[in-house]
Design a protein around this ligand. Structure first.
Ligand code: KG4
Ligand code: ZN
Length: 394
């Protein structure tokens, strides 16, 4: 079984081709994987604009697929280019009504290549930025239509969970099943959720943010400190310096821990962002490097305290046996370290993604696709992108 995955939910165009290794355990080999980041483009504007993200995905996805097919050793050119039959061309144009700029490149691909040895396609269908998601979904639809390959729509947040369950061995990955009940703390640019998992593919959201997501708060605070997009890694770097230099925070730079005592498992980070803004304004003319480092550390500490406290509460309340951390913010050193300690103290098994798989990538979508197939799920024909697709309905 060879599967091709497509991820375009935000600002990374990612394609992976994986091969299921025979046997009872779910193992796979990565035949090719490419992630094309749009960060340099969005950095100029300080954040991601959906229309711009869509344009970039549409511009590069066909070429990226061809490169992945070639790297996986399954690209086979036709002896001579054969034009697509008129009805096929027409249907292709229909599928790509909103991505008409892609018709040319995809037609060249189909006219020049033999059908590759691919048994299934997995594509991120939500949550994410709708215009960006549609590029992936409609590309998958086009490949599926012309090459007659079944499609499995994948929930991006579920894929972040699966990324954390991947155990890298020499030549392959294995999907490890956690002990249940498991708690997943999902922290990304668009989401902050605590999810309970009682068995494979069964998810219940116990708490979530009422306003900004953690990653979003990192990015906004970074902008206040004149740091480039994406702000998470930049804040993290400054906060690490502050700790290494043992900088101490003056009283007026301390920050609140929003909703830490709310009793429920929900979050709110927009007040914290405003609190940072007040301090930045106060120090406006003296926002020197040291002050910036202290603010970054204070912010990271506040976020970490709240995440840790709510995660601990959810472990207690649900007698959880495993803790899964997923999403782009899980690359944060301080958060990783603190949650590792929590898992150790609470005696739960910890699953955390390898750093290269914490951000958006194609391997997590492919792995989730294999899991759906393994679970006996049927491919879908009524494809759509859903920007708000909840993991509970995945
Ligand atoms: O999962 P992801 O790659 O994309 C979404 O699904 O949203 O997460 C991206 C988010 C961005 O907000 C970025 O600033 C944040 O993850 N991030 C970090 C770090 N690396 C990435 N946040 C804090 N510390 C980091 N080291
Ligand atoms: Zn993500």
């Amino acid at each position: 079984m060879i599967l091709l995955s497509i991820e375009t939910s935000c600002d990374e165009t990612a394609i992976a081709i994986v091969k299921r290794i025979r046997g009872k355990t779910l193992r796979f080999e990565v035949l090719s994987h490419k992630v094309l980041s749009q960060i340099d483009l969005h950095r100029q504007y300080g954040g991601v604009f959906p229309a711009l993200a869509k344009r970039e995905h549409a511009k590069s996805i066909t070429q990226l697929i061809a490169e992945c097919l070639s790297e996986a050793g399954i690209l086979k050119e036709k002896n001579e280019t054969i034009g697509l039959p008129e009805p096929t061309k027409k249907r292709l144009e229909e599928i790509l009504t909103h991505e008409s700029e892609m018709v040319g490149a995809l037609t060249i691909l189909f006219e020049g290549l033999e059908k590759p040895n691919i048994d299934a396609i997995a594509v991120t269908s939500g949550p994410g930025l709708p215009p960006a998601l549609w590029v992936g979904v409609n590309t998958a639809h086009a490949l599926s239509f012309v090459w007659n390959i079944p499609i499995y729509p994948i929930n991006h947040m579920e894929a972040h969970i699966i990324a954390s369950l991947l155990d890298k061995q020499k030549e392959h990955y294995e999907i490890v099943e956690p002990k249940y009940p498991a708690i997943a703390l999902l922290i990304s640019g668009g989401h902050t959720e605590i999810v309970k998992i009682t068995k494979l593919r069964k998810y219940k959201i116990l708490g979530q943010t009422k306003d900004d997501a953690v990653g979003e708060a990192f990015d906004k605070v970074a902008r206040m400190l004149n740091l480039p997009y994406p702000g998470g890694p930049e804040i993290s770097k400054l906060a690490d310096y502050a700790r290494q230099e043992k900088l101490s925070s003056p009283e007026d730079l301390r920050l609140p821990r929003p909703m830490i005592n709310s009793g429920d498992l929900n979050f709110s980070f927009s007040g914290l962002k405003t609190a940072v803004m007040t301090r930045v304004k106060k120090y406006e003319n003296e926002l020197y490097e040291t002050t910036k480092k202290i603010i970054a550390m204070e912010f990271e500490n506040s976020v970490t305290d709240v995440l840790t406290s709510k995660t601990k509460q959810s472990i207690y309340e649900n007698s959880a046996r495993s803790l899964i951390i997923g999403g782009g913010v899980s690359a944060n050193n301080h958060i990783r370290f603190t949650l590792k300690e929590l898992a150790l103290n609470e005696d739960v098994e910890l699953f955390i993604p390898e750093k290269s798989l914490s951000g958006d990538n194609g391997i997590m979508i492919a792995a989730t696709g294999l899991l759906h197939i393994e679970n006996g799920e049927k491919p879908k024909t009524n494809l759509k992108a859903d920007g708000d697709w909840s993991i509970e309905e995945s």
